[in-house]
Design a protein around this ligand. Structure first.
Ligand SMILES: *[C@@H]1O[C@H](CO)[C@@H](O)[C@H](O)[C@H]1NC(C)=O
Ligand SMILES: *[C@@H]1O[C@H](CO)[C@@H](O)[C@H](O)[C@H]1NC(C)=O
Ligand SMILES: *[C@@H]1O[C@H](CO)[C@@H](O)[C@H](O)[C@H]1NC(C)=O
Ligand SMILES: *[C@@H]1O[C@H](CO)[C@@H](O)[C@H](O)[C@H]1NC(C)=O
Length: 372
């Protein structure tokens, strides 16, 4: 696409030297060609194809896009093979949308597309899961390029590729809205979004929040919730999530220039702690799961935040694409670290995903959702 455009520009400038009116004519033709080309290639897939409806197919030729042992950016908690997971079938499944085919991720094309630009994932550790996957996919595509990892405080980590002038960033921000320490304690401010200062000027933003809203006790990083001038000890968590998403939606409406910035919502990544949901009532977690569910339907319900999320996204005025990865991930009861995560046999992680693994598919769908 890029080189084709360039050759049109070449013929354009040669003609310019000769005949002005032919040049003008060519300009119109080139312009039209470019426009129709852009329309054709707006999406790498047929525009009426739902990439999120489909099934997982076993494909012996399917290889992960990187080897988790040679990617320097995978943290131990996602590196299931390194932590002793022996079964490998879970690496052989490919997501097959019902009505079309995904274009395989091409790291060089991606980097050329984002030359001079920055990408930022914003959210909790599921954002980190997807960020590490993307950085590894890029690393294996251009292993000899320079990758410069920078960590700023607790909240910002980024990998820059000076050879492509690309930055792939991660902003840890589990609620999207602010938690502020005050004399009273830590206040979760549902209508304050000062954290958004870090998001301005980025070319592609991928947001996510959900998993922290239901935390209680030790795992809950706030003491009070504030909405306007009202302070609450607690409130319905789905309501709180909804108010915060509304604040985020306002931020997007106020701050995003769609000509510069593409905005995605990562969707809600599901967990697998209850085998009843997949008709295996004896299973109290995802441990020992070696295969996804076949077909397209997950017997258990959808995570309940998804409904609120979709409601808010429908009201937002600026273009935000939802990576609606909940259903396809629900089928992957085999994709979690279980006892091959951070705390090994003492832990049980059925929330995050092994890398290589399911987040690679999220990134492949992201890749298929970007106009090239
Ligand atoms: C998807 O790929 C398969 C195998 O390459 C091909 O047979 C099929 O026609 C493709 N489907 C679409 C919708 O392009
Ligand atoms: C890596 O990033 C740091 C911080 O931005 C910078 O000081 C350093 O020069 C960079 N190194 C390379 C090799 O680009
Ligand atoms: C597991 O899921 C089933 C069906 O959704 C539900 O009835 C049950 O209460 C759940 N068990 C636990 C421990 O959450
Ligand atoms: C996800 O699955 C549920 C039921 O399993 C279905 O109602 C819903 O339409 C699906 N959503 C998508 C985007 O496929």
């Amino acid at each position: 696409m890029a080189s084709l455009n360039r050759s049109y520009y070449c013929s354009f400038s040669i003609l310019k030297i000769n005949l002005l009116h032919i040049t003008l004519f060519m300009f119109v033709v080139v312009h039209q060609l470019q426009e129709s080309y852009a329309q054709q290639n707006q999406l790498a897939y047929p525009p009426n194809c739902d990439l999120f409806q489909g099934s997982w197919v076993i494909d012996p030729l399917h290889q992960p896009l990187y080897n988790s042992n040679s990617c320097p950016f995978i943290q131990r908690e996602f590196n299931c093979q390194k932590n002793g997971r022996l079964d490998q079938l879970y690496l052989k499944y490919r997501w097959q949308p019902r009505a079309c085919n995904l274009t395989r991720f091409n790291g060089r094309a991606f980097l050329n597309q984002f030359r001079g630009k920055s990408i930022m994932f914003v959210g909790d550790s599921l954002s980190r899961n997807q960020w590490e996957s993307l950085v590894c996919m890029l690393h294996s595509a251009v292993p000899s390029a320079r990758f410069n990892l920078t960590i700023i405080g607790d909240d910002v980590t980024f990998v820059s590729l000076p050879d492509y002038d690309v930055k792939v960033m991660l902003n840890r921000n589990v609620f999207l809205v602010d938690v502020v320490k005050e004399s009273k304690g830590r206040i979760l401010k549902l209508d304050s979004i000062e954290g958004g200062k870090l998001w301005t000027g980025i070319d592609m933003l991928i947001f996510n929040t959900w998993h922290w809203w239901n935390r209680r006790g030790q795992g809950q990083p706030w003491d009070y919730i504030q909405v306007g001038n009202q302070i609450y000890k607690d409130m319905n968590r789905v309501t709180a999530f909804e108010i915060a998403l509304g604040t985020w939606a306002n931020w997007v409406n106020t701050n995003i220039n769609p000509a510069k910035t593409m905005v995605f919502y990562q969707g809600i990544s599901p967990s697998h702690y209850n085998g009843t949901e997949w008709h295996e009532p004896g299973a109290k977690s995802c441990v020992g799961q070696k295969q996804p569910l076949s077909g397209s339907l997950y017997p258990g319900g959808l995570p309940y935040g998804l409904f609120e999320l979709k409601k808010i996204l429908r009201t937002i005025k600026k273009p935000v694409k939802l990576l609606d990865i909940t259903n396809l991930s629900l089928l992957r009861k085999d994709g979690h670290p279980s006892i091959y995560g951070l705390n090994g046999r003492n832990g049980m992680d059925c929330s995050h995903w092994c890398l290589a693994g399911v987040p690679d598919t999220w990134n492949e769908i992201l890749y298929n959702s970007i106009p090239y």
